[in-house]
Write a protein that binds this ligand. Structure first.
Ligand SMILES: Cc1cc2nc3c(=O)[nH]c(=O)nc-3n(C[C@H](O)[C@H](O)[C@H](O)COP(=O)(O)OP(=O)(O)OC[C@H]3O[C@@H](n4cnc5c(N)ncnc54)[C@H](O)[C@@H]3O)c2cc1C
Length: 385
């Protein structure tokens, strides 16, 4: 386990790195829907984006607890971690489910920043959250699988060398459990584009580089199967807990960003001859948000520790994501209110972060689906769907 002093050192170093990429950098990218190439490069070469890769493959070999601290600081600085966070957790599917050849081929290059694996293709337009009902199929044909279907909202694929793809290899009516018969693949994006994969960017509310994907007889070499055929749901599910914890940490960072901004402004903005923060109607909502973010942060820490100890942590990862995303959204709303009209001015940066943090109540999993998980799997109430 990392000592408190080491975690403090990690946080300090990440903060220093982020200072080179101020809020104007992120605002400009948001305006141009640009990609933070320099930021991602620096976060990779400094070793922070690769903390979860074991030392034998060139990473820092640390846990989700340390990775969460990195992502929290990135978001607290005003940055938009959505541009790169998946580089941290998608590789976990290769690490935990890849064979030796796959790990040796990909992990050292990811650690060195030579290739990017920060895209994962799960969501489909017609089935949404009902993942096991997805329609994209991969049929074995000699040494290849042939993929046909469609995905939606697949983020960062235009800035990724590899994608982890989930497709059905056995029809749903031929498996005993709906989670069976799905398989995960590593897709070489550059080779695939124009050879059965086409990519259509989606204009969206935030600068997340999400795309629609169309598969038309895309051939994937059978050696790119990740884990066992038919067991792909487990490959994806395993990575999802890490994803939820890290995104929860980002929300804690966003929440702290909003509280820093709101409390600073409440102290300096003078109306009616006194700082607005002297009014309890302004001060108390900010104080409440602080309490909410701190509480969510404890759940993130608990989930991260359990993940790193190899304990089942589905409930904790989900609760951390739900509580943190609600706390950051509430803090964003209060920060907007505290700034009055100026909150709408782009140069204050709040409206951009407000849009960005809203995503996390919907993706990677929506609040209702988390509540249904808690209701059914933690509290034993009847299954609702
Ligand atoms: C910016 C962005 C980036 C994304 N990036 C990726 C990515 O990189 N890879 C990827 O695979 N996906 C990605 N997604 C997809 C994301 O994971 C889904 O949008 C999310 O899981 C919700 O699925 P959906 O949009 O299909 O909503 P739906 O499944 O259509 O649900 C719509 C609403 O209905 C509710 N609902 C549905 N069923 C029930 C039920 N039974 N009970 C109660 N409520 C229900 C949901 O909670 C939700 O609020 C991204 C999405 C966005 C917006």
């Amino acid at each position: 386990m990392t000592e408190q002093s080491d975690i403090a050192e990690i946080r300090k170093s990440v903060r220093q790195l982020c200072e080179n990429f101020g809020e104007d950098y992120w605002l400009a990218l948001d305006r141009e829907t640009g990609y933070p190439t320099e930021f991602v490069k620096e976060l990779t070469t400094s070793g922070f984006l690769t903390v979860l890769i074991p030392e034998e493959y060139g990473g820092a070999g640390l846990g989700v607890f340390e990775a969460a601290a990195v992502m929290e600081e990135v978001c607290r600085s005003g940055a938009h971690a959505g541009a790169c966070h998946a580089q941290m957790y998608v590789m976990g599917s290769v690490l935990r489910h890849g064979n030796d050849a796959q790990k040796k081929a990909y992990l050292p290059k990811i650690a060195a920043g030579e290739i990017r694996l920060q895209s994962f293709g799960v969501t489909e337009p017609t089935t949404g959250t009902d993942t096991t009902n997805l329609k994209t199929i991969a049929q074995r044909n000699g040494d290849d699988y042939i993929v046909n279907g469609q995905k939606v909202w697949i983020s960062r694929i235009e800035h990724s060398d590899l994608m982890v793809l989930l497709a059905r290899t056995t029809p749903r009516d031929q498996v005993s459990k709906k989670t069976e018969g799905l398989s995960a693949f590593i897709v070489d994006v550059e080779k695939a584009v124009g050879n059965g994969l086409s990519i259509q960017p989606i204009a969206s509310m935030i600068n997340h580089h999400s795309c629609e994907l169309f598969f038309d007889d895309l051939r994937i070499p059978a050696e790119n199967l990740l884990g066992e055929e038919g067991k792909g749901f487990e490959v994806i599910l395993d990575g999802m807990n890490a994803e939820r914890i890290l995104i929860a940490a980002e929300c804690v960072g966003d929440g702290k960003y909003f509280i820093d901004k709101a409390s600073a402004y409440a102290k300096e903005r003078v109306v009616f001859g006194r700082p607005i923060g002297q009014n309890q109607g302004v001060q108390f909502p900010i104080a409440r948000c602080h309490a909410e973010v701190e509480a969510a942060s404890l759940m993130v820490e608990k989930a991260a520790r359990m993940f790193d100890a190899g304990e089942p942590c589905g409930a904790e990862a989900n609760m951390a994501k739900m509580l943190a995303s609600e706390a950051s959204w509430h803090a964003g709303d209060v920060c907007m209110q505290t700034h009055g009209g100026f909150a709408f001015a782009k140069e204050y940066h709040i409206e951009r972060k407000f849009r960005e943090t809203r995503l996390y109540q919907i993706a990677p999993i929506s609040t209702n689906l988390i509540l249904s998980f808690i209701g059914e799997h933690v509290l034993g109430m009847p299954r609702s769907f």
